[in-house]
Design a protein around this ligand. Structure first.
Ligand SMILES: Cc1cc2nc3c(=O)[nH]c(=O)nc-3n(C[C@H](O)[C@H](O)[C@H](O)COP(=O)(O)O)c2cc1C
Length: 300
Protein backbone atom coordinates (compact mmCIF):
# COMPACT_ATOMS: atom_id res chain seq x y z
CA UNK A 1 0.00 0.00 0.00
CA UNK A 2 1.32 3.42 -0.95
CA UNK A 3 1.72 5.81 1.98
CA UNK A 4 1.43 9.57 1.55
CA UNK A 5 3.61 11.43 4.00
CA UNK A 6 2.67 15.08 4.46
CA UNK A 7 5.76 17.19 5.03
CA UNK A 8 5.65 19.21 8.26
CA UNK A 9 4.54 22.85 7.69
CA UNK A 10 7.41 25.28 7.18
CA UNK A 11 8.24 27.16 10.38
CA UNK A 12 7.44 30.85 10.29
CA UNK A 13 8.88 33.80 12.15
CA UNK A 14 7.84 37.46 12.17
CA UNK A 15 10.69 39.97 12.01
CA UNK A 16 10.01 43.58 12.96
CA UNK A 17 12.46 46.35 12.13
CA UNK A 18 11.67 49.61 13.92
CA UNK A 19 13.33 53.01 13.79
CA UNK A 20 16.13 52.52 16.34
CA UNK A 21 19.75 52.37 15.28
CA UNK A 22 21.21 48.95 14.62
CA UNK A 23 18.99 47.67 11.81
CA UNK A 24 21.93 45.39 10.91
CA UNK A 25 20.60 43.07 13.63
CA UNK A 26 17.30 42.66 11.75
CA UNK A 27 19.07 42.23 8.43
CA UNK A 28 21.41 39.55 9.77
CA UNK A 29 18.45 37.81 11.39
CA UNK A 30 16.68 37.63 8.02
CA UNK A 31 19.82 36.10 6.48
CA UNK A 32 20.16 33.52 9.23
CA UNK A 33 16.47 32.54 9.14
CA UNK A 34 16.69 32.04 5.38
CA UNK A 35 19.65 29.71 5.89
CA UNK A 36 17.63 27.78 8.49
CA UNK A 37 14.71 27.52 6.03
CA UNK A 38 12.39 29.43 8.34
CA UNK A 39 9.72 31.40 6.49
CA UNK A 40 10.09 35.07 7.34
CA UNK A 41 7.35 37.71 7.59
CA UNK A 42 8.87 41.17 7.71
CA UNK A 43 7.29 44.40 8.90
CA UNK A 44 9.40 47.55 8.87
CA UNK A 45 8.11 50.83 10.28
CA UNK A 46 8.55 54.11 8.39
CA UNK A 47 11.23 55.30 10.87
CA UNK A 48 12.87 51.87 10.34
CA UNK A 49 13.10 52.69 6.62
CA UNK A 50 14.65 56.01 7.51
CA UNK A 51 17.36 54.60 9.77
CA UNK A 52 18.10 52.00 7.11
CA UNK A 53 19.05 54.84 4.78
CA UNK A 54 21.31 56.34 7.47
CA UNK A 55 23.06 53.10 8.34
CA UNK A 56 23.35 51.11 5.12
CA UNK A 57 23.44 51.51 1.36
CA UNK A 58 20.43 49.20 1.02
CA UNK A 59 17.07 50.27 -0.36
CA UNK A 60 13.84 49.23 1.34
CA UNK A 61 13.10 46.89 -1.58
CA UNK A 62 16.45 45.11 -0.98
CA UNK A 63 15.46 44.39 2.61
CA UNK A 64 11.97 43.26 1.59
CA UNK A 65 13.60 40.86 -0.87
CA UNK A 66 15.47 39.26 2.04
CA UNK A 67 12.16 38.11 3.55
CA UNK A 68 9.65 35.60 2.19
CA UNK A 69 6.76 37.99 2.86
CA UNK A 70 6.79 41.66 3.78
CA UNK A 71 4.13 44.12 4.84
CA UNK A 72 3.69 47.83 5.38
CA UNK A 73 3.34 48.91 8.99
CA UNK A 74 0.07 50.61 8.04
CA UNK A 75 -1.39 47.32 6.72
CA UNK A 76 -3.16 46.32 9.90
CA UNK A 77 -5.27 43.76 7.98
CA UNK A 78 -2.18 41.70 7.00
CA UNK A 79 -2.03 37.99 7.87
CA UNK A 80 0.37 38.53 10.79
CA UNK A 81 -2.17 40.86 12.49
CA UNK A 82 -4.16 37.78 13.45
CA UNK A 83 -3.28 35.26 16.15
CA UNK A 84 -4.80 32.48 14.02
CA UNK A 85 -1.84 32.91 11.65
CA UNK A 86 0.55 30.42 13.25
CA UNK A 87 4.14 31.47 13.76
CA UNK A 88 7.02 30.60 16.08
CA UNK A 89 6.81 34.17 17.35
CA UNK A 90 8.39 37.50 16.62
CA UNK A 91 11.72 39.30 16.99
CA UNK A 92 11.82 43.09 16.85
CA UNK A 93 15.41 43.94 15.88
CA UNK A 94 16.12 46.70 16.58
CA UNK A 95 13.28 47.80 18.86
CA UNK A 96 12.87 51.54 19.42
CA UNK A 97 11.65 53.18 22.62
CA UNK A 98 8.38 53.99 20.83
CA UNK A 99 7.75 50.40 19.73
CA UNK A 100 8.78 49.02 23.15
CA UNK A 101 6.42 51.43 24.92
CA UNK A 102 3.56 50.61 22.51
CA UNK A 103 4.04 46.84 22.98
CA UNK A 104 4.24 47.31 26.75
CA UNK A 105 1.00 49.33 26.73
CA UNK A 106 -0.84 47.04 24.28
CA UNK A 107 -1.06 49.91 21.84
CA UNK A 108 -1.58 48.26 18.45
CA UNK A 109 -2.00 51.14 16.03
CA UNK A 110 0.58 49.78 13.56
CA UNK A 111 1.19 46.30 12.17
CA UNK A 112 4.50 45.83 13.99
CA UNK A 113 2.97 46.43 17.41
CA UNK A 114 -0.24 44.57 16.50
CA UNK A 115 1.74 41.49 15.37
CA UNK A 116 3.74 41.56 18.62
CA UNK A 117 0.54 41.90 20.64
CA UNK A 118 -1.18 38.92 19.03
CA UNK A 119 1.96 36.80 19.50
CA UNK A 120 1.83 37.68 23.20
CA UNK A 121 -1.92 36.83 23.29
CA UNK A 122 -1.09 33.43 21.87
CA UNK A 123 1.76 33.01 24.37
CA UNK A 124 4.29 32.89 21.55
CA UNK A 125 7.84 34.11 22.03
CA UNK A 126 8.40 37.81 21.41
CA UNK A 127 11.98 39.11 21.63
CA UNK A 128 12.55 42.86 21.72
CA UNK A 129 16.10 43.98 20.91
CA UNK A 130 15.63 47.29 22.65
CA UNK A 131 18.16 49.94 21.58
CA UNK A 132 18.54 53.01 23.71
CA UNK A 133 21.07 54.37 26.18
CA UNK A 134 21.12 55.86 28.70
CA UNK A 135 17.74 54.86 30.16
CA UNK A 136 15.26 56.88 32.23
CA UNK A 137 12.70 55.42 34.62
CA UNK A 138 10.00 55.40 31.91
CA UNK A 139 12.15 53.14 29.69
CA UNK A 140 12.81 50.82 32.60
CA UNK A 141 9.09 50.69 33.49
CA UNK A 142 8.23 49.93 29.84
CA UNK A 143 10.82 47.10 29.82
CA UNK A 144 9.29 45.70 33.02
CA UNK A 145 5.74 45.99 31.61
CA UNK A 146 6.70 44.31 28.30
CA UNK A 147 8.34 41.52 30.32
CA UNK A 148 5.19 41.10 32.42
CA UNK A 149 3.20 40.87 29.17
CA UNK A 150 5.37 37.90 28.21
CA UNK A 151 8.00 39.52 25.98
CA UNK A 152 11.74 38.98 26.35
CA UNK A 153 13.56 42.29 26.43
CA UNK A 154 17.01 41.60 25.01
CA UNK A 155 19.09 44.75 24.53
CA UNK A 156 21.88 43.95 22.09
CA UNK A 157 25.19 44.38 23.86
CA UNK A 158 27.91 44.13 21.23
CA UNK A 159 30.98 42.40 22.64
CA UNK A 160 33.20 44.11 20.09
CA UNK A 161 33.27 46.33 17.07
CA UNK A 162 35.37 45.38 14.07
CA UNK A 163 36.91 48.20 12.06
CA UNK A 164 38.46 47.41 8.68
CA UNK A 165 40.90 49.89 7.18
CA UNK A 166 41.80 50.15 3.48
CA UNK A 167 45.23 48.96 2.35
CA UNK A 168 46.46 52.46 1.57
CA UNK A 169 45.57 53.90 5.02
CA UNK A 170 49.21 54.77 5.74
CA UNK A 171 49.29 57.32 2.94
CA UNK A 172 46.30 59.12 4.45
CA UNK A 173 47.30 58.93 8.10
CA UNK A 174 49.33 61.38 10.17
CA UNK A 175 52.20 59.08 11.18
CA UNK A 176 51.58 55.95 9.11
CA UNK A 177 51.94 53.89 12.31
CA UNK A 178 49.46 51.21 13.32
CA UNK A 179 49.70 52.10 17.03
CA UNK A 180 48.77 55.73 16.35
CA UNK A 181 45.90 54.73 14.04
CA UNK A 182 44.46 52.28 16.59
CA UNK A 183 44.64 54.81 19.42
CA UNK A 184 42.84 57.38 17.28
CA UNK A 185 40.17 54.85 16.28
CA UNK A 186 39.63 54.05 19.98
CA UNK A 187 39.37 57.74 20.88
CA UNK A 188 36.76 58.26 18.16
CA UNK A 189 34.70 55.15 18.88
CA UNK A 190 34.68 55.30 22.68
CA UNK A 191 33.79 59.01 22.73
CA UNK A 192 30.71 58.45 20.53
CA UNK A 193 27.22 57.61 21.78
CA UNK A 194 27.26 54.24 20.03
CA UNK A 195 30.69 53.58 21.53
CA UNK A 196 29.27 53.75 25.04
CA UNK A 197 28.15 50.12 24.73
CA UNK A 198 31.24 48.88 22.86
CA UNK A 199 34.04 47.62 25.15
CA UNK A 200 36.45 46.25 22.53
CA UNK A 201 37.45 47.29 19.04
CA UNK A 202 39.33 45.02 16.67
CA UNK A 203 41.15 46.75 13.81
CA UNK A 204 41.78 44.71 10.66
CA UNK A 205 43.35 45.16 7.26
CA UNK A 206 40.93 44.83 4.36
CA UNK A 207 42.34 41.46 3.27
CA UNK A 208 40.47 39.94 6.25
CA UNK A 209 36.73 39.29 5.98
CA UNK A 210 35.27 40.87 9.17
CA UNK A 211 32.03 38.86 8.88
CA UNK A 212 33.87 35.53 9.05
CA UNK A 213 34.74 34.59 12.63
CA UNK A 214 37.44 32.16 11.45
CA UNK A 215 39.15 35.00 9.58
CA UNK A 216 38.86 37.22 12.63
CA UNK A 217 40.50 34.59 14.83
CA UNK A 218 43.21 34.09 12.19
CA UNK A 219 44.00 37.81 12.14
CA UNK A 220 44.04 37.94 15.93
CA UNK A 221 46.35 34.92 16.11
CA UNK A 222 48.78 36.00 13.41
CA UNK A 223 48.83 39.80 13.46
CA UNK A 224 48.07 40.97 17.00
CA UNK A 225 51.41 41.38 18.79
CA UNK A 226 51.17 40.26 22.45
CA UNK A 227 53.07 43.31 23.72
CA UNK A 228 52.43 46.00 21.12
CA UNK A 229 49.08 44.99 19.66
CA UNK A 230 46.66 46.89 21.84
CA UNK A 231 45.68 50.36 23.00
CA UNK A 232 44.16 50.44 26.48
CA UNK A 233 41.71 53.14 27.60
CA UNK A 234 41.41 53.31 31.39
CA UNK A 235 38.37 54.25 33.41
CA UNK A 236 35.93 55.48 30.77
CA UNK A 237 32.15 55.44 30.62
CA UNK A 238 30.61 52.08 29.62
CA UNK A 239 27.24 50.31 29.60
CA UNK A 240 26.76 48.24 32.76
CA UNK A 241 25.17 45.25 30.94
CA UNK A 242 28.35 43.31 30.14
CA UNK A 243 28.50 40.07 32.07
CA UNK A 244 32.24 40.22 32.84
CA UNK A 245 32.21 43.64 34.53
CA UNK A 246 33.08 43.84 38.20
CA UNK A 247 30.24 44.74 40.55
CA UNK A 248 31.92 48.05 41.28
CA UNK A 249 32.12 48.83 37.52
CA UNK A 250 28.42 48.05 37.04
CA UNK A 251 27.61 50.51 39.80
CA UNK A 252 30.02 53.26 38.71
CA UNK A 253 29.33 52.83 34.97
CA UNK A 254 33.08 53.16 34.38
CA UNK A 255 35.39 50.48 33.06
CA UNK A 256 38.45 49.91 30.87
CA UNK A 257 38.23 49.52 27.11
CA UNK A 258 40.66 48.22 24.53
CA UNK A 259 41.53 48.36 20.85
CA UNK A 260 43.19 45.23 19.46
CA UNK A 261 45.62 46.10 16.71
CA UNK A 262 45.31 43.20 14.23
CA UNK A 263 46.90 45.16 11.38
CA UNK A 264 49.89 43.85 9.52
CA UNK A 265 53.08 45.07 11.29
CA UNK A 266 54.39 48.46 10.22
CA UNK A 267 57.56 46.82 8.87
CA UNK A 268 55.54 44.96 6.22
CA UNK A 269 54.22 48.14 4.61
CA UNK A 270 51.46 47.77 2.04
CA UNK A 271 52.77 44.59 0.43
CA UNK A 272 51.15 41.88 2.52
CA UNK A 273 52.59 38.38 2.13
CA UNK A 274 50.37 35.83 0.38
CA UNK A 275 48.26 33.79 2.77
CA UNK A 276 48.78 30.05 2.53
CA UNK A 277 45.17 28.95 2.19
CA UNK A 278 42.93 27.69 -0.61
CA UNK A 279 40.82 30.86 -0.52
CA UNK A 280 43.74 33.26 -0.67
CA UNK A 281 46.30 31.27 -2.64
CA UNK A 282 44.44 31.12 -5.99
CA UNK A 283 42.64 33.63 -8.23
CA UNK A 284 39.01 34.21 -7.16
CA UNK A 285 37.57 32.66 -10.34
CA UNK A 286 39.42 29.37 -9.72
CA UNK A 287 38.32 29.32 -6.08
CA UNK A 288 34.70 29.86 -7.24
CA UNK A 289 34.91 27.18 -9.91
CA UNK A 290 36.36 24.58 -7.52
CA UNK A 291 33.77 25.45 -4.87
CA UNK A 292 30.96 25.07 -7.44
CA UNK A 293 32.30 21.66 -8.42
CA UNK A 294 32.49 20.60 -4.78
CA UNK A 295 28.85 21.62 -4.42
CA UNK A 296 27.91 19.58 -7.50
CA UNK A 297 29.77 16.55 -6.09
CA UNK A 298 28.01 17.11 -2.76
CA UNK A 299 31.24 17.36 -0.74
CA UNK A 300 31.12 20.99 0.36
C1 LIG B 1 19.08 58.22 12.68
C2 LIG B 1 18.06 57.92 13.73
C3 LIG B 1 18.45 57.10 14.79
C4 LIG B 1 17.54 56.80 15.81
N1 LIG B 1 17.94 55.97 16.82
C5 LIG B 1 17.07 55.58 17.75
C6 LIG B 1 17.45 54.63 18.76
O1 LIG B 1 18.58 54.12 18.79
N2 LIG B 1 16.51 54.27 19.65
C7 LIG B 1 15.24 54.76 19.63
O2 LIG B 1 14.45 54.37 20.47
N3 LIG B 1 14.85 55.69 18.71
C8 LIG B 1 15.72 56.10 17.76
N4 LIG B 1 15.34 57.00 16.79
C9 LIG B 1 14.01 57.62 16.88
C10 LIG B 1 12.92 56.72 16.33
O3 LIG B 1 13.13 56.49 14.95
C11 LIG B 1 11.57 57.42 16.54
O4 LIG B 1 11.29 57.51 17.92
C12 LIG B 1 10.43 56.72 15.84
O5 LIG B 1 9.22 57.37 16.17
C13 LIG B 1 10.32 55.25 16.21
O6 LIG B 1 9.15 54.75 15.60
P1 LIG B 1 8.90 53.19 15.36
O7 LIG B 1 9.01 52.52 16.68
O8 LIG B 1 7.51 53.12 14.81
O9 LIG B 1 9.90 52.73 14.37
C14 LIG B 1 16.22 57.32 15.77
C15 LIG B 1 15.85 58.14 14.70
C16 LIG B 1 16.75 58.42 13.70
C17 LIG B 1 16.32 59.29 12.55
Amino acid sequence: MQQHVTPPPRRRMIVGISGATGNIYGLRLLEVLRRLDIETHLVMTKPGERTLAYETDLKVRDVRAMADFSYNDADIGAAIASGSFRTMGMVVAPCSVRSLAAIAAGNTDGLLTRAADVCLNERRRVVLMFRETPLHAGHIRAMAQATENGAIVFPPVPAWLVVTVPRDWRRKSRTGETADLCRRIGQGVFASKAGLVIPKVIVLDDDVDPTDVKELVWAFATRCHPLLGHAVFNDIEGAPLLAYLLKSEKVSGHTGKIVYNCLAPDEWGEALPMRASFRHGYPAEIVDRVRRRWNEYGVS
